[in-house]
Design a protein around this ligand. Structure first.
Ligand code: ADP
Ligand code: MG
Length: 329
């Protein structure tokens, strides 16, 4: 009899605490977002997803350089003219971006947006531009010319025509903020996936960690590693389709802001870090640094790991990561 009660109680507890996983896919910040939450039922999940969407939309309004009314556009419009007062949130984001520029020795630089677009990844570039033109294309790029004033909470771009953009950090930041908001609202678990920039929290309903599939960009249908993650972010950056082939060498869409040359040698980088913002910025940085320097750099950072696929299809990873289920193709 005692056992029967125990069984009935257990079944009851499971039913009461039943949790379901719901996902919505939509376009935000010009990219595909997949928002997954664990909730009591569909209606509750949809309410939470709506909150995440509102948060991401809010961030897009703040950081978009396409929207001419955004604070970011205001900074850009006043380049070489005057400092612009911005929201603390934007100020802090720019301050963190500058910090990443410093530690990556300028491989990451939000003022890359000031670059003249001499490299087009639509097949129209068939020969190497002149060295002088490449050098001139980055004349206005340089994080050293982004001047912050903490007391006044202002941002000043020193050179006329200079611009900043959050292409390599914004989606990661949005994923972090949406996660933060849903956690604060009491959502136990979920995944915010911004086109491969994702942050997770909690576990699947069966108690297992979330599993992220890392695809080989050379064969997108094949996942070469399925890795469990919890309370962590992972960002995959890479675009196998977007490249230029010059004299047999493949150049990627990520450009070294210091030289103006597109990076080469790497087709995909995945970075695991406590935040998607940091993972996003570091993934872009590794492209610029190249495989060896990138691996060396990541191995010096605590709590951060990476997986790199080079243009010959080789997979390399930082020391503390174990890749299971590796399928080479
Ligand atoms: P995706 O999300 O398309 O994989 P990434 O996160 O790799 O993109 O960032 C690529 C984008 O970052 C580019 O489209 C450009 O807007 C910007 N970018 C390119 N090179 C740099 C750089 N060296 N530093 C900062 N941002 C960059
Ligand atoms: Mg990035």
């Amino acid at each position: 009899m005692k056992h029967l009660f125990a069984i009935i109680f257990t079944v009851f507890a499971v039913v009461v605490n039943a949790q379901e996983t719901h996902k919505r896919t939509l376009k935000l910040m010009g990219s595909r977002f997949d928002i997954t939450v664990v909730a009591k039922n569909k209606a509750e999940a949809e309410t939470y997803i709506d909150l995440a969407v509102a948060e991401i939309t809010r961030i897009e309004k703040l950081i978009s350089s396409w929207d001419e009314h955004s604070q970011t556009s205001n900074i850009n419009k006043n380049a070489g003219i005057k400092p612009v007062k911005v929201a603390k949130e934007l100020y802090d984001l720019i301050e963190r971006a500058l910090h990443i520029s410093k530690v990556t020795d300028g491989a990451f630089d939000i003022s890359y947006a000031s670059m003249d677009r001499i490299w087009k990844f639509d097949g129209s570039v068939t020969e190497m531009p002149e060295a002088a033109a490449i050098k001139a294309s980055v004349a206005k790029v340089g994080y050293q010319n982004i001047i912050l004033n903490k007391e006044a909470q202002t941002v000043f771009l020193k050179l006329k025509g200079m611009k900043i953009g959050f292409g390599a950090i914004g989606k990661g930041y949005a994923a972090d903020k949406a996660k933060q908001l849903l956690k604060a609202k009491g959502v136990k678990a979920g995944i915010i996936n911004a086109s491969g920039d994702m942050n997770t929290w909690g576990t699947q309903t069966n108690g297992d960690d979330w599993k992220v599939g890392i695809t080989n960009p050379m064969n997108k249908n094949k996942v070469f590693a399925l890795l469990p993650i919890s309370e962590k972010a992972v960002v995959t950056s890479g675009n196998y389709e977007k490249f230029i082939l010059l004299n047999g060498k493949r150049y990627s869409h990520i450009i070294d802001p210091r030289t103006g040359y597109p990076s080469s040698g790497i087709v995909s980088v995945s970075v695991f870090a406590p935040s998607a913002e940091l993972a996003d910025a570091l993934a872009t940085s590794i492209f610029v640094m190249g495989k060896d320097v990138g691996l060396d750099f990541i191995s010096q950072l605590k709590g951060i790991e990476c997986i790199i696929v080079d243009d010959k299809g080789n997979i390399a990873h930082s020391k503390n990561i174990t890749i299971q289920n590796t399928v080479k193709n």
